[in-house]
Design a protein around this ligand. Structure first.
Ligand code: PMP
Length: 352
């Protein structure tokens, strides 16, 4: 017997690198290249320092109410947490305890299997189709829950809402999580379906489209009953998940709808232009509905490109796993950053 016997020894999730160097073009973690809304900065400067001696509101009411007003969903159908990672982790902990296998695609956000392992949840990874799409009929088998990222990552592909509905119709007796981290860049949200399906949780984040990854704000919509269960788990785990600045700055971000739409519009326009330019250089990629491109070059291996770009100070994401290792996941930056990348790739590929 050793003191180490009873310790969890799983393999943790590996987040994208946050390099210590400043002068990089950082396109590796799907962050927003633009700053948060101007009102967020104003609020930050006005914040009363002395209040930080107090605990934040455990109900996170100001943020929940702001989201409620913006999305027209009652406050008791909204849950918030420390980024959508926290919301998803809490959802796995709360909803998947029936001992049956949960289902998610074999290529998707690679945190899902980590949480499943952490909580001893059995799971099955369902292969995507050849074109990286999800076949809803694969999710019509016995299961203890379903998790779908829509749009999916890192493939960037969106599944039409009819597919989500098909999965929901086949799974009335288990919780279905739709992770919409990238929904503001394309696709159709499953949000309206929470009124029809009591077992649907729609998860979102401020990290990408609201340019606030550093503040760690995630949220979810669901039926009153489903959100109630999540709240009970949260209050059995940590009452004060959201800190005071994140709550207050999150509210300011929600208030500025014009800025939010402008940022999303710019990223989508840059994405679609860069996709065409990459295709002209010999890359292929699924049609992106996200703030990143999942691109593979017809001749040059992804790993080689990843390393050459890194040397040049352009950091993208490379997954050293079968299938994925043919691709680079390139976050959409500013037009200027993308131009620098394209110029480098043009030169590099011409020299091959
Ligand atoms: N879901 C998906 C599909 C993601 O790509 C990410 C970003 N890594 C997250 C959830 C988590 O984002 P955050 O915790 O920053 O909200």
């Amino acid at each position: 017997m050793s003191w180490e016997d009873g310790i969890w020894k799983g393999v943790p999730y590996t987040p994208g690198e946050q390099p210590k160097r400043d002068n990089l073009i950082k396109l590796n973690t799907n962050e927003c290249p633009y700053p948060p809304a101007p009102g967020v900065e104003k609020k930050l400067k006005e914040m009363e320092f002395g209040r930080f001696r107090l605990y934040p509101d455990p109900e996170a009411s100001s943020l929940v109410d702001a989201l409620s007003g913006y999305y027209h969903v009652p406050s008791d159908q909204i849950f918030v947490g420390i980024g959508s990672d926290d919301v998803l982790a809490m959802a796995f902990l709360t909803f998947f305890r029936n001992g049956r296998e949960i289902l998610f695609p074999n290529i998707t956000y690679s945190f899902y299997d980590v949480w499943a392992n952490l909580y001893n949840i059995p799971f099955r990874q369902i292969p995507l189709k050849e074109d990286f799409s999800i076949d809803p009929s694969d999710y019509k088998r016995e299961n203890g829950g379903v998790v779908i990222a829509n749009p999916n990552a890192p493939t960037s592909l969106f599944m039409p809402l009819s597919g989500i509905r098909e999965i929901l119709d086949a799974n009335r007796e288990s919780v279905v999580i739709v992770d919409e981290a990238y929904i503001d860049f394309g696709g159709e949200t499953a949000l309206p379906l929470i009124d029809e399906y009591e077992n649907l949780l729609v998860v979102r984040t401020f990290s990408k489209s609201r340019a606030m990854a550093g503040m760690r704000i995630g949220y979810a919509f669901g039926s009153k009953k489903l959100i109630g269960y999540l709240q009970d788990a949260k209050f059995s785990f940590n009452s004060y998940t959201m800190n005071m600045p994140s709550l207050e700055l999150g509210v300011e971000a929600v208030k500025d709808d014009a800025y939010f739409k402008e940022v999303c519009g710019k990223i989508v326009a840059t994405r679609d232009r860069v996709a065409e330019e990459l295709k002209a250089l010999g890359f292929t990629m699924p049609k992106s509905s996200t703030n990143f491109l999942f691109a593979s070059h017809e001749k040059v291996p992804a790993k080689e490109l990843f390393e050459a770009m890194k040397k040049e100070g352009i950091l993208v994401r490379f997954f050293d796993k079968p299938i994925l290792n043919r691709y680079l996941r390139i976050t959409i930056g500013t037009d200027e950053q993308m131009d620098t990348m394209i110029t480098f790739l043009k030169g590099y590929l011409a020299s091959k």
